[in-house]
Design a binder for this molecule. Structure first.
Ligand code: G3H
Ligand code: ZN
Length: 293
């Protein structure tokens, strides 16, 4: 089976992107896996510290491993937005395929120093076990969290002067040795209910990809316009993170099931409605990222 790194480089070459979808429970995982399988596309499952705290790091890793082995399927697991070396170690020991060390809020020198510590640790483990665990670094602060927004988060970097700068990206990659870079390119975490998220800075993506020399990850995918996604992928994005849209779909599914069956108490009769709603979103996003009809 192909390694995640190879798949990302291939996606980049084909000017498509791999979908990274966050889960909080098995309903989300079932939905994402079904959608990926039906489209026959590789997929990355993400868990933030909050999400893995709920499901369990080792338990999440065991679930992904079981799907990968039983179905011989390219499904990978990423420790999303991880803020300490301690948590990174937990993820690596549990068997994650990739980690994102999130130092986006730190001053660049401190971000470089902490990210490098993570890279050194992960690469030494990878070398000793003959694996290739990917390390993603974050440069520029994205702000917000995966929820419904009513205004642009105050700390979001969407003004041109706050976006990740190509020369800093070059320095960051060179000095840390990361495999993937998550930049601030006008993206924010979370989405508005009735209007799309702000536009991405496509020119900056192109410059960042050239300067960084490593594949770029687009965070805060929920609420972004389709045309913006396609332009961003053409400009150098090869992985896209989606979470809020899935949380919204989960809630929609649960609400509908409870409305239809007000007396129902059996989780496995209520949850399929959430699975269906999440699956629809994942299918739509995967088709777009892979430029399928
Ligand atoms: O890391 C996760 C994401 O960046 C998801 O962002 O909730 O705005 O889709 P989102
Ligand atoms: Zn993110």
């Amino acid at each position: 089976m192909q390694q995640l790194k190879q798949l990302i480089f291939e996606a980049e070459k084909k000017r498509i992107a791999i979908g990274h979808f966050n889960i909080s429970d098995i309903a989300g995982l079932k939905a994402i896996f079904k959608a990926a399988q039906e489209l026959n596309l590789p997929v990355i499952i993400g868990v933030s510290e909050g999400e893995s705290g709920f499901v369990g790091m080792r338990q999440t890793a065991a679930l992904i491993k079981s799907l990968r082995e039983e179905f011989d399927y390219p499904i990978f697991l990423n420790s999303d937005h991880t803020h300490s070396l301690e948590k990174i170690k937990e993820a690596v020991e549990a068997g994650f395929d990739a980690v994102l060390f999130d130092g986006g809020k730190l001053p660049i020198e401190e971000n470089i120093q902490k990210t490098k510590e993570v890279v050194d640790y992960v690469k030494s483990v990878s070398a000793s076990q003959g694996t290739d665990i990917l390390v993603e670094g974050e440069l520029g602060y994205l702000g917000g969290s995966s929820k419904i927004l009513t205004e642009i988060p105050k700390d979001a970097s969407i003004n041109k002067e706050d976006l990740t700068k190509p020369e800093q990206a070059e320095q960051f990659v060179k000095e840390t040795g990361i495999d993937l870079l998550a930049p601030a390119i006008g993206n924010i975490h979370g989405m508005f209910k009735n209007v799309p998220n702000p536009n991405l800075n496509i020119k900056r993506i192109k410059k960042l990809r050239e300067a960084a020399g490593v594949p770029l990850v687009l965070h805060g995918g929920s609420g972004i316009r389709d045309e913006d996604f396609l332009a961003a992928i053409d400009a150098g994005i090869s992985t896209v993170h989606i979470n809020t849209e899935l949380r919204l779909a989960w809630r929609k599914g649960i609400d509908a099931a409870l409305k239809d069956m007000p007396e129902e108490i059996t989780p496995y009769k209520i949850l399929p409605s959430a699975v269906e709603e999440i699956k629809k979103v994942v299918e739509k996003r995967m088709k777009l990222f892979n430029k399928l009809d």
